[in-house]
Design a binder for this molecule. Structure first.
Ligand code: PEP
Ligand code: MG
Length: 594
C-alpha cells in the first residue's frame, strides 16, 4: 500500500473519457457505490463524539447478532448458530475495538472509514492463510464490517455532498443518486473502476460538466486519498503521482480548455446549419432542474429530454408530491421558452433508481421498470401526469413514455392521461389539454413495430443507450464488455434507419436523446441516416454546433448510405475513421468511437 507523502514514479492508467476536460487535484477515495464509506478528517474536538458513535454502533451490532443467534437456535438448534457466534466474538474482541478507536483518534477519521480500513487489513491477513477453511473465514470479517458500516451510516449519514474541500472522486462505481447529489463546486472530476460511455454516472458527469474517466480497472486500489492526480476526460488518461513536467503540461491544457469554453459562449448564437443549408435542432438533456442555467448558456433549442426520475433521487423522502412536481415542471416550462421541454415520465427501476418497497430484481434491466412500473403502480403515474398537465399551462410541455415494448402500453398510458384530464376538468383545476405524447424507442421490439407505434404517438425519441444495450445484449455500465457496447454496430445503425424512415413515412418528428447525439463521430452518422433533431448533454452543444456548421449534409448522407452496406462493426469503424477527414475530423478523438 502507498503511504501518503512517499514519492512514487509517475503512473498512467487508461480508461474511457466520458466528459471532456482536465482536472488536477487531490484524490478522495469513496469505497461504496452509495457513497456511504467516505473519508472525512474530523476536527480534534469531534473525536470523542465519533468514538461514542462507534461504540453505540458496536453495541447495536452485538445486540442484533445475539438476537439472530437466539432466533436460529430456536428454529434449528444450537449447532447452526456457530457462524453468528464467531461474528459475536469478533464484535466483542477488545483488540479489534481498540484498533478501530485508535485509528479514529490517530487519523482524525470518521468511524465508517476506520472500520473499513482496520477490517480491510484484517482481511489481507486472512487472505494469506494457507488453510482453506480458516482463509474462508475472511468472509466473516466482511460480514461484520458491513454490519457495522450499515449501522453507522444509518444512524448518521455523512454523504459526499458534505465534501469539505475540492477533490477528485475515485470510486469503484457511483449510484446515480450519489452523483446527482455532488456539489459541482467541490468535485473537480471523477474516476471509477466500473462504467462505460452510456452509464448513468457518465451521463451525470457530462450534465454537470465535470471531467470524468470511467472503466479504469483497479484505480481504487492504486490511489490513496490525498494524493495528487490528474484526469484527462478527453483521452481517458488518469495520471498518478504526476512529475513536475506533467503538471505543467496539464495546467496549460486546462487553461486552453477554459479559453475554449469562453469561445463556445461567444459562438452560442450561431445557427446550427450545414454548408448546404440544412438545419439541425440542438436540444438539451436535463437531469437536474438546477442545470437549466447550463442549457441556456449553450443556447439549446429547448429541453429534448428531462429525466424526471432525478426528482425522486433528489427528494428528501420518498416520491415527490404532486405540488413538488408541479413546481419543478412549471419552472421547466417557463425556462425552456417557445421550443419547450419534453418531460419523460419516471424511468425508475432497472439500473437506475428504485422505488422504495420494491425488492431488488434478478435481472433489473429486463424487469419492472419505466412505463411498466408506471402502469403497475398507477397512482404514481397519475400524480405525475396531473403535475405535468397543470404545469403545461405555463409553457410548452410534452410527455414522453420510456421503455415502451408494445402498443398496449402506449394505449394504456394514453387512457390514463385522458382520464386525468377529465378529472382535472371536473375539479376545475387549470391544466393544458392535448399535450403531445411521445414514445421512446429503446427496445428492439419498438424498432420493429415503429410504423405501428408511429400511428398512435405524436413523436418518437430514440434512446440509443438502452437500445444498444438491449439490441447487442451488452450491459451499458459493465466495463468488462465495454468494447462490445458499440453504437457503430451495423445492427444498431440499421435499427436507427428503420425508426427514422418510419417517422418520415408517418410524418411524426423523431428526436435522438441517447448519448450518440453528444458524440461527434456518431452524430455525423445520425445526420446521414436522416435525423435532424438531436438532444444531448448541454455541454456537448458547442462541439456539435461547430460540427454541423462544418459539414455538407450531402456528404454525411453519402457516408451513411455506404456504411449501411457494411456487415461488421470493424468495417464500419475503419470506414468511418478513414472518411471522417473529409467531414470534420478536427472534432474527433479516439474516445468518440467508444
Ligand atoms: C437512452 O436509453 O438512450 C436514454 C436516453 O435514456 P436513459 O439514458 O435515461 O436510460
Ligand atoms: Mg433509456
Amino acid at each position: 500500500m502507498r503511504g501518503i507523502g512517499r514519492k512514487f514514479p509517475e503512473e498512467r492508467l487508461e480508461g474511457i473519457g466520458v466528459c471532456q476536460g482536465v482536472a488536477i487535484g487531490n484524490a478522495f477515495l469513496v469505497d461504496d457505490p452509495r457513497g456511504r464509506v467516505v473519508r472525512f478528517f474530523l476536527p480534534k474536538q469531534q473525536l470523542d463524539a465519533e468514538i461514542n458513535r462507534f461504540r453505540e454502533a458496536l453495541h447495536l451490532a452485538q445486540q442484533q447478532v445475539r438476537e439472530a443467534i437466539e432466533r436460529l437456535r430456536a428454529a434449528l438448534g444450537s449447532d447452526h448458530a456457530y457462524i453468528l457466534e464467531a461474528h459475536l466474538l469478533m464484535l466483542q474482541d477488545p483488540h479489534l475495538q481498540g484498533q478501530i478507536e485508535k485509528f479514529i483518534l490517530e487519523n482524525q477519521a470518521n468511524a465508517e472509514w476506520a472500520v473499513r480500513d482496520v477490517t480491510g487489513h484484517l482481511l489481507e491477513v486472512y487472505a494469506q492463510i494457507e488453510d482453506d477453511y480458516l482463509r474462508e473465514r475472511g468472509s466473516d470479517v466482511v460480514d461484520v464490517s458491513h454490519r457495522l458500516i450499515k449501522i453507522l451510516s444509518g444512524t448518521e449519514t455523512r454523504g459526499l455532498n458534505e465534501l469539505a474541500e475540492e477533490a477528485i472522486i475515485v470510486a469503484d462505481d457511483l449510484m446515480p443518486s450519489v452523483t446527482a447529489d455532488l456539489d459541482p463546486r467541490k468535485v473537480l472530476g471523477f474516476v471509477t473502476n466500473a462504467g462505460g460511455w452510456a452509464s448513468h454516472t457518465s451521463i451525470i458527469a457530462r450534465s454537470v460538466n465535470i471531467p470524468a474517466v470511467v472503466g479504469v480497472r483497479g484505480v481504487t486500489s492504486r490511489v490513496r486519498s490525498g494524493e495528487t492526480i490528474i484526469i484527462d476526460g478527453t483521452t481517458g488518461t488518469v495520471i498518478l503521482n504526476p512529475s513536475p513536467e506533467t503538471l505543467i503540461f496539464y495546467t496549460e491544457q486546462r487553461s486552453r480548455q477554459q479559453q475554449q469554453e469562453q469561445h463556445d459562449i461567444e459562438e452560442r448564437e450561431l445557427p446550427a446549419i450545414t454548408f448546404d443549408n440544412q438545419e439541425v435542432k440542438l436540444r438539451a438533456n436535463i437531469e437536474l432542474i438546477e442545470e437549466i442555467e447550463v442549457f441556456q448558456r449553450f443556447n439549446a433549442e429547448g429541453v429534448g429530454l428531462y429525466r424526471s426520475e432525478f426528482l425522486y433521487a433528489q427528494a428528501e423522502s420518498g416520491l415527490p408530491t404532486e405540488e413538488e412536481q408541479f413546481e419543478a415542471y412549471k419552472f421547466l416550462a417557463e425556462m425552456s421558452g417557445e421550443a419547450g421541454a419534453v418531460v419523460r415520465t419516471f424511468d425508475l427501476g432497472g439500473d437506475k433508481l428504485h422505488l422504495e418497497g420494491f425488492k431488488p430484481e434478478r435481472n433489473p434491466a429486463l424487469g419492472l421498470r419505466a412505463i411498466r412500473l408506471s402502469l403497475q403502480v398507477e397512482y404514481v403515474f397519475r400524480t405525475q401526469v396531473r403535475a405535468i398537465l397543470r404545469a403545461a399551462v405555463h409553457g410548452n410541455l410534452k410527455i414522453l413514455l420510456p421503455f415502451v415494448s408494445n402498443l398496449d402500453e402506449v394505449r394504456a398510458a394514453k387512457q390514463i392521461i385522458a382520464d386525468v384530464e377529465r378529472e382535472l376538468r371536473a375539479e376545475k383545476v387549470a391544466h393544458a389539454e392535448d399535450v403531445e405524447i411521445g414514445v421512446m424507442i429503446e427496445v428492439p421490439a419498438a424498432v420493429l413495430m415503429a410504423e405501428v407505434l408511429a400511428r398512435e404517438a405524436d413523436f418518437f425519441s430514440l434512446g440509443t443507450n438502452d437500445l444498444i444495450q438491449s439490441m447487442l445484449a451488452v450491459d451499458r455500465g459493465n466495463e468488462n464488455v465495454n468494447s462490445l457496447f458499440d453504437p457503430l454496430h451495423p445492427a444498431v445503425l440499421r435499427a436507427i434507419k428503420q425508426v427514422a424512415d418510419a417517422g418520415r413515412k408517418l410524418e411524426i418528428p423523431v428526436n435522438v436523446c441517447g448519448e450518440m447525439a453528444s458524440n461527434p463521430a456518431q452524430v455525423i452518422l445520425l445526420l446521414g441516416l436522416g435525423l435532424r433533431d438531436l438532444s444531448m448533454t448541454p455541454t456537448a452543444i458547442p462541439t456539435i454546433r461547430r460540427l454541423v456548421r462544418s459539414i455538407d449534409m450531402a456528404n454525411a448522407e453519402k457516408l451513411a448510405l455506404h456504411v449501411l452496406t457494411l456487415t461488421t462493426p470493424n468495417e464500419v469503424h475503419r470506414y468511418v475513421q478513414t472518411h471522417l477527414s473529409e467531414l470534420g475530423s478536427q472534432f474527433l478523438t479516439t474516445a468518440h468511437f467508444g
